[in-house]
Design a protein around this ligand. Structure first.
Ligand SMILES: NC(=O)c1ccc[n+]([C@@H]2O[C@H](COP(=O)([O-])OP(=O)(O)OC[C@H]3O[C@@H](n4cnc5c(N)ncnc54)[C@H](O)[C@@H]3O)[C@@H](O)[C@H]2O)c1
Ligand SMILES: [Zn+2]
Ligand SMILES: [Zn+2]
Length: 370
């Protein structure tokens, strides 16, 4: 069959909406009709060339929700008509990482950048060329074929445009505070960058009982929304946030600082490092240029203050566990999702959606398919 999809032909480049060939689902794969896809900053890193994908052309999108239309041989957990959210790491369930409860580190995660399906072959093609699929799922497409393991079934009563965010931004941010920073009641935390990911770090920190959640973002409306999502304080840059943290901790500093800016540099992490107390944690969730190395921190301070710099993919949680948990918290009123969707776009306006993200207009832009 053919499907309309947003294709990246070169990097740096722009998304071009056009038709691609889509094969039938093979063993342990499903055909999904997408209903909504979030415009996560990570796909923009591919388009800008900050992070290289191995297979161009490439159909992006990894934060999606839709309906299973058909299943390939061997699929046991899904049937046509099931609503799903995509996981950008198709956890195999059997590798060392999956077996130890770290499905976010599954060896299949490497496919995020190679663009193939689990068997190393491709289901999307254009002009006789293989097309790489983002996170094995390619949610910037009306239809997609993806591994059964990339799909997490959800209830029928969750609107697609909020459900899609639970595929990446929500558990990534929430887990950055709850799992990676290990926030406990009474903690003081700084969240640097309250966009589509960071806003959920704010929510997670507050949910587990941080008494001060200090949001940092240069965009005024994001600071205002952060205050409604659980932040206790908000600043345009990190210095006054760090100063506040010290002033309420007898000079020690924040228990943790989560870095969720759009394009991270070593300098952002160093500033977060300076803001935390002895034994505190910097969580590095944001991505930046793949060739950037080095975090300019004082090595004696790292050692003697026993500080921790913790990288985090998918909020350090297992998506098969976290995705239903996020939906459950939403239904209970403990997690706000509707507020995250600033604007919806038809697929044709995907570049506008990313321009709006860069202009600071959106918490999340979401592509909806009719
Ligand atoms: N580790 C993971 O698993 C994972 C998953 C998803 C996204 N990400 C990455 O997380 C980052 C955030 O993604 P997003 O979709 O929320 O992006 P976004 O663009 O929606 O949000 C970034 C926010 O940072 C703010 N910001 C920019 N510079 C800042 C600064 N110096 N100080 C404070 N705030 C600043 C922006 O105003 C914006 O609100 C991206 O780098 C993305 O690639 C990582
Ligand atoms: Zn993402
Ligand atoms: Zn695995």
């Amino acid at each position: 069959m053919r499907t309309r999809a947003a294709v990246l032909w070169e990097a740096p480049g722009r998304w071009e909406v056009g038709e691609v060939e889509l094969d039938e689902p093979r063993e342990n794969e499903v055909l999904v009709q997408l209903a909504a896809s979030g415009l996560c900053h990570s796909d923009d890193h591919f388009a800008k060339g900050d992070i290289s994908v191995a297979t161009l052309p490439f159909v992006g999108g990894h934060e999606g929700a839709g309906v299973v239309e058909a299943v390939g041989p061997g699929v046991r957990t899904l049937k046509p008509g099931d609503r799903i959210v995509t996981s950008f790491v198709p956890g195999c369930g059997r590798c060392r990482w999956c077996a130890s409860g770290q499905q976010n580190l599954c060896d299949n995660g490497a496919l995020m950048l190679t663009g193939s399906q689990l068997d190393g072959t491709f289901r999307m093609h254009v002009d006789g060329r293989d097309v790489g699929q983002g996170g094995c799922v390619s949610t910037f497409s009306e239809w997609s074929v993806m591994p059964e393991a990339s799909c997490v079934k959800i209830d029928d009563d969750v609107p697609f445009q909020v459900a899609c965010l639970v595929g990446c931004g929500v558990p990534t941010g929430w887990g950055s505070s709850v799992r990676a920073a290990g926030i406990v009641p009474g903690d003081v935390i700084i969240i640097v960058g309250t966009g589509g990911v960071g806003m959920n770090a704010v929510q997670g920190a507050r949910y587990v009982g941080a008494t001060r959640v200090i949001a940092v973002d240069p965009v005024p409306f994001k600071r205002e929304l952060a205050m409604k999502m659980g932040a206790t304080d908000a600043f345009a840059d990190i210095e006054p946030a760090a100063e506040l943290a010290r002033s309420i901790t007898n000079g020690q500093g924040a228990d943790a600082a989560v870095v969720t800016v759009g394009v991270v540099t070593g300098q952002h992490l160093a500033q977060a490092f300076a803001a935390i107390r002895k034994g505190g944690t910097v969580v590095a969730t944001a991505a930046g240029n793949q060739n950037e190395t080095g975090i300019p921190v004082n090595l004696l301070e790292l050692t003697m203050y026993q500080k921790r710099i913790q990288g985090a993919i998918y909020g350090m949680g297992s998506p098969v566990r976290e995705i239903p948990l996020m939906i459950d918290l939403y239904k209970r009123g403990d997690l706000k999702l509707d507020e995250l969707v600033t604007r919806t776009y038809p697929l044709e306006e995907i570049n506008q959606g990313y321009e709006d993200m860069h202009a600071g207009l959106n918490i999340r832009g979401v592509v909806t398919f009719n």
